[in-house]
Write a protein that binds this ligand. Structure first.
Ligand SMILES: NC(=O)c1ccc[n+]([C@@H]2O[C@H](COP(=O)([O-])OP(=O)(O)OC[C@H]3O[C@@H](n4cnc5c(N)ncnc54)[C@H](OP(=O)(O)O)[C@@H]3O)[C@@H](O)[C@H]2O)c1
Length: 319
């Protein structure tokens, strides 16, 4: 396993992160723990979760119910110190208007809930899940800084922020002596490259960690889908994943076909090809892999040190 600094911090993280969004939602506790064990045994030391993950992600619930953190908390008993635990706050955890967002009120309540569910005294990386335009950044950053001072949180990060929102946050932290976001968690893959215009140059310029989510476009880049009408049994799309539908365009199906031919030429499977590409992009610290079984971890680990050639870059760019 390859380890690198998380941005400008001294923290060493694996270039693969275990994504756990499916734990307690599509994957039961026994299978979730088996995936977690495989990841830890392979040397993956960063585990990404959120208070929101679990059954509450399903549309009929509308707010998070915490099952994913609970599963991780139980599974890590006796080995908590072996991993870097990253969780998130900000998405709705109830119907009340104060049960979501990045106010002092909500963060202080939710950090205690996450600590309890995760059965730990500290969170290594506490990430704000998305920008909250109803709360002043000063309020959010001063609250997060207090949590670091209290030892409940070690580093802070953001997710789904635009580059200007991160720059503004860092300016405020500089002026007011608050903690700085050390990482950005953002969607990035062969079919979704929006971050390349602003966020990637920002991360490179400021040496900020970039944790990439949906590196396989929620499964679209595994090559298992050949059309929007043919959903393989057991796949996330067949289980009702809504967001993958955004990837089901004619153009994307054609591009995946072309990537598949390159993958075959390079003697790797399509998931490995997609992952190798993202791991070789400048600024990427770690790819958050959303495994739904143990073999997805094994596949990912096999490719984690693959060096992408310049000539392959040219061929991918022409697709
Ligand atoms: N901050 C945010 O807003 C945000 C948003 C989304 C995700 N995340 C984080 O990022 C993590 C990963 O996101 P994601 O699940 O969308 O990532 P992803 O890696 O793009 O998609 C994961 C899916 O790809 C398929 N897959 C993975 N490896 C495979 C392999 N070797 N062979 C065949 N299929 C394979 C599986 O689909 P099947 O299950 O269909 O087999 C799996 O469920 C989440 O768990 C979460 O921690 C964060």
């Amino acid at each position: 396993m390859y380890y690198t600094n998380l941005g400008f911090t001294g923290l060493q993280v694996s270039n693969l992160t275990l994504g756990t969004m499916a734990f307690g939602r599509w994957i039961d506790e026994k299978s979730s723990v088996a995936i977690l064990d495989t990841a830890i045994d392979a040397g993956i030391n960063l585990i990404d979760t959120a208070n929101f993950y679990g059954k509450g992600q399903d549309e009929q619930f509308k707010y998070g119910t915490g099952e994913c953190e609970e599963i991780i908390g139980r599974a890590l008993q006796g080995r908590r110190d072996k991993v870097i635990l990253a969780t998130k706050v900000g998405l709705p955890m109830g119907e009340n208007p104060n049960e979501s967002g990045l106010s002092k009120f909500h963060i202080m309540r939710e950090v205690e809930n996450s600590l309890q569910r995760l059965q730990t005294d500290y969170i290594d990386l506490y990430q704000v899940h998305r920008f909250d335009n109803q709360t002043q950044l000063e309020e959010t950053l001063s609250t997060l800084t207090n949590l670091v001072t209290q030892g409940k949180v070690r580093y802070i990060g953001c997710s789904n922020y635009a580059a200007w929102q991160i720059a503004k946050s860092c300016g405020i932290s500089d002026l007011r002596g608050f903690e700085h976001f050390v990482s950005s968690q953002s969607q990035y893959n062969l079919l979704s490259r929006e971050v390349e215009s602003e966020l990637v140059p920002y991360c490179l310029s400021e040496n900020m960690g970039l944790l990439v989510y949906s590196p396989m476009a929620r499964g679209m880049l595994s090559g298992k889908y050949t059309s929007r009408d043919d959903l393989p049994e057991g796949s996330r799309a067949a289980k009702g994943e809504q967001l993958i539908q955004n990837y089901f365009t004619d153009q994307n199906f054609m591009r995946v076909d072309a990537y598949k031919r390159l993958a075959i030429e390079n003697e790797v499977n399509m998931s490995q090809f997609s992952l190798a590409w993202i791991l070789n992009q400048p600024a990427v610290t770690s790819a958050i892999v959303g495994a739904s079984n143990q073999s997805h971890i094994t596949d990912a680990v096999q490719i984690s040190d693959w060096k992408w050639s310049e000539s392959l870059n040219h061929r991918v760019s022409s697709i």
